[in-house]
Design a protein around this ligand. Structure first.
Ligand SMILES: Cc1cc2nc3c(=O)[nH]c(=O)nc-3n(C[C@H](O)[C@H](O)[C@H](O)COP(=O)(O)OP(=O)(O)OC[C@H]3O[C@@H](n4cnc5c(N)ncnc54)[C@H](O)[C@@H]3O)c2cc1C
Length: 319
């Protein structure tokens, strides 16, 4: 039986949904599943880690691990992987994972695959699927090393809430701090808005909104839906939206249950960041806009007319 170690994603003490999704996938491929959790004051997360499907919980809990640092973080994952005898180590997609995963792979002499959307175990060999060239092709890769480290694209797998696990906590030794690169402070988005990566609904604004006034209108729709608020690159390049809101090839990759593209044409680089969304609604005044090729629902119309109507209808549904 394959052994899969999932690296828990924890942000400000909160366990992110990717952890349960990866553990569910591990169990779905018939593997024994363990989790490694790294941070400060995280022991209280053990019941959640068990509920998410892990049968062993490797915990590295230390004040020195409060801020992510690739070296010590990777050292903890490697330690857990060796103790567990992991064949496959799964990371959720994040900036931290992108920094830590290659380090873990190098130390374990394992292959490293990034942004995978599928993994299967076949007679002891792993096969992964990963979209490439802005989703124009899909690579099916057979891995010819015994071990694989993989970073999974957001929303690729679904959590199975019925699986559950068993509690078996193993405390890891705390690695020495990395003196080459010391992170002094983590500055989070001060807007208090929902993180795009975590949002179940994302509303994104494009050049069709024209200016601050148009953006404010679309933002109101996002707020009414309690949604994350994203942007096309056109609005970022024009200085209307910050880069951390950009969805796409050179921005964030999101896979919410519902993605609403407002005044966005649907350039391939934008689609690269949101085509994994479960349902896409596009609002665009041009019936030939490419976004309609991938949208599940489309409204052809002027967003300055359509968005207020949508807001009004939402209000009615809620009251
Ligand atoms: C290397 C590279 C990387 C890139 N990375 C990204 C990326 O990560 N993310 C990204 O988004 N882009 C990216 N781009 C840019 C991308 O190619 C497009 O230029 C960009 O996505 C266009 O943004 P847009 O759809 O908002 O604007 P446009 O393409 O100008 O589309 C605006 C749309 O709004 C519609 N519209 C206009 N007025 C209204 C109205 N009143 N009501 C309703 N609809 C209206 C128009 O019909 C049109 O379809 C990248 C490009 C390159 C070369």
């Amino acid at each position: 039986m394959a052994k899969v170690l999932v690296v828990a994603e924890i942000k400000q003490g909160v366990l992110k949904s990717s952890t349960a999704e990866l553990l569910s996938k591990a169990k779905a491929i018939g593997a024994e599943a363990a989790v490694v959790a790294i941070g400060s004051n995280i022991e209280g997360l053990v019941p959640e880690l068990v509920k998410a499907g892990s049968d062993t919980q490797y915990i590295a809990d230390d004040a020195g691990l409060e801020l992510f640092s690739a070296g010590p973080y990777a050292a903890c994952v490697v330690d857990a992987a060796r103790q567990f005898g992991a064949d496959l180590i799964l990371f959720g997609f994040s900036e931290s994972s992108k920094a830590a995963a290659p380090r873990v792979a190098a130390q374990l002499d394992a292959a490293c695959a990034s942004e995978i959307t599928e993994v299967a175990a076949d007679n002891g060999a792993f096969q992964v699927v990963r979209p490439a060239i802005t989703n124009k092709v899909v690579q099916k890769v057979k891995v010819n090393t015994d071990k694989l480290v993989a970073v999974v694209r957001a929303g690729a797998f679904e959590a199975d809430e019925s699986i559950g696990g068993t509690e078996n906590v193993v405390k890891l030794d705390i690695p020495a701090p990395d003196l080459k690169a010391v992170i002094k402070e983590l500055v989070s988005d001060a807007s208090g808005e929902i993180d795009l990566a975590d949002a179940d609904v994302v509303v994104s604004v494009g050049r069709g909104a024209r200016n601050e006034e148009g953006i404010a209108l679309v933002k109101e729709l996002a707020d009414d839906l309690n949604a994350g608020f994203g942007s096309s690159r056109a609005m970022v390049d024009a200085g209307f939206m910050p880069h951390n809101k950009q969805v796409g090839q050179t921005g964030k990759i999101v896979a919410p249950s519902l993605y609403i593209a407002v005044g966005i044409s649907g350039a391939i680089q934008h689609l690269a960041g949101m085509s994994g969304s479960k349902v896409v609604l596009a609002i665009n005044k041009d019936p030939e806009a490419p976004i309609f090729n991938i949208a599940d629902y489309g409204i052809v119309g002027d967003l300055f007319e359509v968005v207020p109507i949508l807001k009004e209808e939402l209000k009615k549904v809620r009251s």
